[in-house]
Design a protein around this ligand. Structure first.
Ligand code: 13P
Length: 344
């Protein structure tokens, strides 16, 4: 777990207090103006949440948005570590998340004590850590990466220094192949990307011979081997919008298809299959915890709010700032096509 405290909603309103006739989208919009709040949402959120957000993006763009916002309150619709990143980068803001239990299997796979032992065993290595981790693990790292900048950052590291990569072994293996660097990998993975089935993907490709496969690098190599494009959520969105293809198989959490279909309604998007050939097991159960009701209550109650001890925040800030500096060549998404479908 994490030292980060999610402040509880003592004496606050609960879902039972919400008038069932209330138009939640209107009510959230009113609170957004009253509280000078910005609503940030990841592409894995339900479509109705993406549609009311001020900004929808991948982990890098959401971090940049959280660091630059002038709003007083950040409402982070994603998972808890994303809210933590926003608080680390913007400590003066109130950062609320709709559900304090929205965790991440990658974060869970990499506890700070065990990660510290891993680092201690490799004292000469640079610790490159995926943003899907706790504030404590960030504080023990040299530089943070996301799926959209990992290759660029690893390529920029001194060639004579060995590298540790945690916690996603699939992203790490992909970056090692792309950069030719020898990375020592932490054995973690994302439960969502882990469940795609190569056998079922091949069968689906036979039924849709024209379909191009767009895959997130958190997928195992057996899936990436079939991909026409590999990239972050935003990279996948950019790919399907700029490609001449008309049909795509999407190997990541399927809620990103909401944004793809909105921007390219004439194209067809098929979620990559799991082992049973077509279940919705790629829906992230943590992202799914967020609802309009919880967003409304979080804004009203100003809770659950992220609080991070200042010494921890300062230690976690350093590798995050290094990431932002080293990502200068990755353009910020702009415009409805690539990640700002709404007001921002
Ligand atoms: P990106 O949106 O940066 O591709 O990351 C996906 C993810 O793992 C979210 O938890």
């Amino acid at each position: 777990m994490t030292d980060t405290v999610v402040l509880p909603m003592t004496g606050a309103l609960t879902e039972a207090d919400i008038d069932p006739t209330l138009d939640l989208v209107d009510a959230i919009d009113r609170l957004r103006r009253e509280k000078n709040a910005v609503i940030l949402a990841h592409y894995y959120q339900e479509g109705e949440i993406q549609d009311l957000a001020d900004f929808v993006g991948d982990s890098l763009d959401l971090s940049r948005k959280a660091a630059a916002t002038e709003a007083e309150m950040i409402v982070f619709c994603g998972v808890r570590f994303m809210g933590e990143v926003a608080k680390i980068l913007s400590p003066g803001k109130t950062v609320v998340i709709p559900d304090a239990e929205a965790g991440c299997s990658l974060e869970e796979s990499c506890r700070a004590e065990t990660f510290k032992a891993f680092r201690d065993k490799h004292p000469d290595h640079i610790a490159v850590t995926y943003i899907n981790c706790s504030a404590e693990v960030k504080a023990l790292s040299d530089v943070i990466v996301t799926s959209s900048n990992a290759e660029i950052i690893v390529n920029a590291l001194p060639k004579d220094r060995p590298i540790l990569f945690a916690p996603d072994r699939h992203l790490g293996a992909y970056v090692a192949r792309k950069t030719g660097r020898d990375l020592t990998l932490w054995p973690g993975s994302c439960i969502i990307h882990e469940q795609f089935s190569e056998k079922e993907l091949i069968k689906l490709k036979v039924r849709h011979p024209q379909a191009l496969v767009a895959a997130h690098p958190e997928c195992p190599d057996s899936i990436l081997a079939h991909a026409d494009h590999i990239g972050s959520t935003r990279g996948l969105l950019d790919f399907v919008l700029t490609s001449d293809g008309a049909e795509f198989i999407i190997a990541t959490e399927p809620h990103i298809i909401h944004q793809m279909s909105k921007a390219a309604p004439h194209k067809t998007f098929i979620p990559a299959p799991g082992a049973d050939g077509g279940c919705s097991c790629a829906d992230c159960p943590f992202m799914a915890k967020n609802t309009l009701e919880k967003i409304y209550l979080a804004m009203l109650n100003r809770a659950p709010a992220i609080a991070i001890p200042e010494d921890l925040r300062v230690r976690a800030l350093k590798p995050l700032e290094r990431m932002l500096e080293m990502s200068a060549s990755v353009p910020m998404s702009s415009g409805p096509k690539a990640g700002t479908p709404n007001a921002a």
